[in-house]
Design a protein around this ligand. Structure first.
Ligand SMILES: Cc1ncc(COP(=O)(O)O)c(C=O)c1O
Length: 374
């Protein structure tokens, strides 16, 4: 056997990087925690599932098509979205989830010595991709739970390539309104790429929320991310996209992996576009269940943060990992927030009403507190 000289083969920035270990599949977790049902409230999925049109595509997918490569650049999807947003199809790139789009953008613009800027408490993949690719991630503390525009601008130097803004922010639900985003873009003045991650934009009810797909027509350095994982209930099929000015997208296209989006995902997403009934039903559900959670959590004497998006943050009087384990033993899976730098907070995704009730009842028992229904 050979001794592999990993010390020499592995770059220093990879040695320092801790891998993210995803949770085990549900049947394994159910065995581990001794439960026969598990409410998954950890990944901000859509409890209503995909739109009907997408469900029909998935159910009726002809097995023969599985042996044929998909469209390498999601041709029909880009055409349909371009019509919808009144842009050119070449301004859109699809990826295996918006996660892959993060990697495309970082690879396209960063080289040794460069940095990206984002918040310290936000979706962690911007930071992770930068760091395991050998680039510095400058993390600006949130200000009153929201992205700090001045703080981000102050960290820019000549090696800054990309500014990532999660709008609305996962996990705090805060957002920049249109004037604030415009001020930020005007100050950056095209010197860096600004990414606005709009993974949860379809859930936003506030009228002053900016539409990144419109702003890309005015700001050539702006890139927006969207996904079919959240509102459109297709998380398991892995499909998301980025859109931006044509010159910037032409550069990003060089780093993207063709054929990374499978045929079922492309066809199901195509069928989802324009299903306003699904969007309205999901929004109604999310807003009713969010109100229920906020009321019940207040009755348990707990502080919450619930902004835009399909999730609520809860501050605990005890360790979040302890509560995670105890709730798992009751068949409820939530997200601990220590990894998001919010120690002893948890994030709970909006699920079906029965799941919300199970969460409230379970949390009341774990904390030994009585609320409205416990
Ligand atoms: C803010 C944000 N951006 C991007 C993603 C990734 O989405 P996708 O499932 O399309 O990779 C997520 C998923 O949770 C998210 O919360």
């Amino acid at each position: 056997m050979f001794d592999i000289p990993l010390g020499r083969l592995v770059p220093e920035y990879i040695k320092k990087f801790e891998p993210y270990i995803p949770s085990k599949p549900d049947p394994e977790l159910m065995k581990l925690y001794g439960v026969d049902r598990l409410w998954r409230l950890n990944n901000n999925e859509n409890p209503l599932g995909p739109p009907e049109g997408s469900a029909r595509i998935i159910e009726g997918f002809p097995p023969k098509k599985a042996s044929i490569y998909p469209s390498g650049d999601s041709y029909y999807l880009r055409t349909k979205l371009a019509e919808r947003f009144d842009i050119d199809p070449d301004q859109i790139i699809f990826g295996n989830g918006a996660n892959e789009a993060i990697a495309f953008v970082i690879k396209a613009f960063c080289q040794e010595g460069d940095n990206i800027i984002t918040a310290d408490k936000t979706f962690a993949v911007y930071e992770w991709v930068a760091e395991f690719s050998g680039f510095e991630a400058r993390l600006v503390p949130l200000e009153d739970f929201g992205f700090d525009d001045e703080g981000m601008l102050a960290r820019i130097d000549e090696r800054t390539k990309i500014l990532f803004v999660c709008n609305p922010n996962n996990p705090t639900g805060t957002y920049w309104d249109e004037p604030k985003l415009r001020r930020f873009l005007d100050t950056v003045a095209g010197r860096q790429i600004v990414v606005v991650d709009e993974a949860y934009c379809e859930f936003v009810e506030s009228p002053d929320f900016p539409d990144g797909m419109k702003l890309i027509r005015e700001y050539p350095n702006l890139v927006t991310f969207r996904t079919f994982s959240k509102m459109y209930g297709l998380a398991g099929l892995r499909i998301g996209y980025l859109a931006g000015g044509r010159d910037v997208v032409d550069v990003i296209r060089r780093t993207c992996i063709v054929y990374s989006v499978n045929t079922v995902a492309q066809e199901a997403a195509l069928a989802a576009i324009g299903d306003e009934g699904h969007v309205a039903r999901t929004r109604r559900h999310v807003s009713a269940e969010k109100a229920y959670l906020i009321k019940e959590l207040a009755a348990l004497g707990l502080e919450t943060r619930a902004g835009e998006g399909c999730f609520v943050m809860v501050r605990l009087p005890v360790s979040d990992t302890l509560v995670y384990r105890r709730l798992m033993a009751k068949g409820v899976m939530i997200r601990t927030m220590t990894g998001f730098r919010f120690p002893n907070w948890i994030r709970v995704s909006i699920g079906v009403h029965e799941a919300m009730e199970a969460f409230i009842a379970g949390l009341g028992e774990v904390l030994g507190r009585r609320g409205n229904t416990t």
